[in-house]
Design a protein around this ligand. Structure first.
Ligand SMILES: Nc1ncnc2c1ncn2[C@@H]1O[C@H](COP(=O)(O)OP(=O)(O)O)[C@@H](O)[C@H]1O
Ligand SMILES: N[C@@H](CCOP(=O)(O)O)C(=O)O
Length: 319
């Protein structure tokens, strides 16, 4: 379930008048999702998604919502927020911030093949390029500072071996972040959570991506590593799958060639991307928030991925 705030069509009769969407015709709660309340909303003008934010407040939302609007204006297939008659994208509904965005066609491809990975890589590169002139700045709130702050909180729950793994990897990433190679990496707004469940396909054609609520400014290569670590692996072992990895990276490279610094940073970045989700899953597992809504994701999946990236040399980025 992911309808934490109940809204009825009647509740929307007055509220929706501020939007250029005509009358609301149908409202259907969306079962998946773990953070927010989502409804499919049909109005006289078409199909939309209504999101009511359960954990983010008004001050935290402009970066995410305006980034989506910016990317949509540049032709990237992302949910396009609808402005009300005051030009506002985020408006209160039942005392919580809410947005209406365009509905993407299709469904997630949960067993991505090279053709889907190529589509994902192409879109990711285009998204990075389209974000270059986005004027708002917000760091990746799940970046190095968060890792340094969060690791000590989960340490007491870990085995000695995992405690050592976490401590060593954090120290490695801290040192790596201080190198000229890292500082030379191209950066800008990144999605930072482009897992397969956040991308839609109709057949083999990518129709869009959503869930920008971990987005922030970080290295583009981190975004690539997060995506490869989810789409291009053997699910059981976490090992990279050569055909899918090559398809994704070649398609990315065709839109936005990798730099020499990115080639050097690839292996450390695959480790960083694994660490980021191992840590967040450990945190959600051992220290669930009061308002925790669903069963937390399995942290051991990303522990396996991290161990694999430490043990095996990843294929080089394409030239
Ligand atoms: N713009 C959209 N178009 C179509 N479906 C969407 C859109 N936004 C969300 N969804 C659907 O809603 C579900 C939950 O959205 P998600 O952003 O993952 O929620 P949460 O932030 O709560 O994790 C998605 O799995 C997808 O099926
Ligand atoms: N992709 C992350 C968790 C974020 O959840 P989402 O449903 O909002 O994408 C993970 O798998 O740990």
């Amino acid at each position: 379930m992911a309808v934490f705030t109940t809204v009825t069509l009647d509740d929307l009769t007055q509220w929706i008048r501020q939007f250029p969407l005509g009358q609301a015709r149908a409202l259907k709660g969306i079962a998946s999702g773990i953070e927010n309340t989502n409804y499919f909303l049909t109005t006289e003008r078409g199909e939309y998604v209504l999101t009511i934010f359960e954990n983010l407040d008004f001050a935290q939302l402009p970066f995410y919502v305006q980034l989506m609007a910016h990317l949509a204006r540049r032709g990237i297939p992302v949910p396009d927020p609808v402005a009300n008659d005051q030009g506002e994208l985020v408006v209160p509904l039942q005392g919580k911030p809410a947005v209406i965005v365009s509905k993407l066609e299709g469904a997630s491809q949960m067993d991505p093949q090279p053709v889907h990975c190529a589509e994902g890589g192409r879109m990711l590169a285009r998204m990075h390029l389209a974000g270059r002139d986005f004027p708002l700045r917000q760091p990746n709130l799940r970046g190095l500072d968060w890792w340094l702050e969060t690791a000590p909180k989960v340490m007491p729950f870990l085995s000695a071996a995992n405690e050592a793994l976490l401590a060593t990897e954090i120290a490695y990433q801290k040192a790596f972040a201080d190198t000229p190679t890292y500082r030379g990496l191209p950066r800008g707004p990144v999605h930072a959570d482009l897992f397969r469940n956040n991308v839609m396909f109709v057949g083999d054609k990518l129709t869009g991506c959503f869930d920008f609520y971990f987005a922030g400014c970080d290295t583009w290569l981190f975004d690539v590593a997060v995506t490869v670590n989810d789409w291009c692996i053997d699910q059981a072992t976490g090992a990279l799958d050569a055909a899918r990895t090559e398809a994704m990276l070649a398609a990315y490279q065709a839109e936005r060639p990798f730099t020499p610094e990115e080639r050097e940073a690839w292996q450390p970045m695959l480790r960083a991307a694994a660490l980021r989700f191992w840590l967040s899953r450990l945190y959600d597992f051992h220290l669930p928030r009061e308002a925790e809504m669903l069963t937390p994701h399995d942290p051991t999946h990303f522990e396996r991925i991290l161990r694999d990236r430490l043990a095996l040399q990843a294929p080089e980025l394409p030239a």
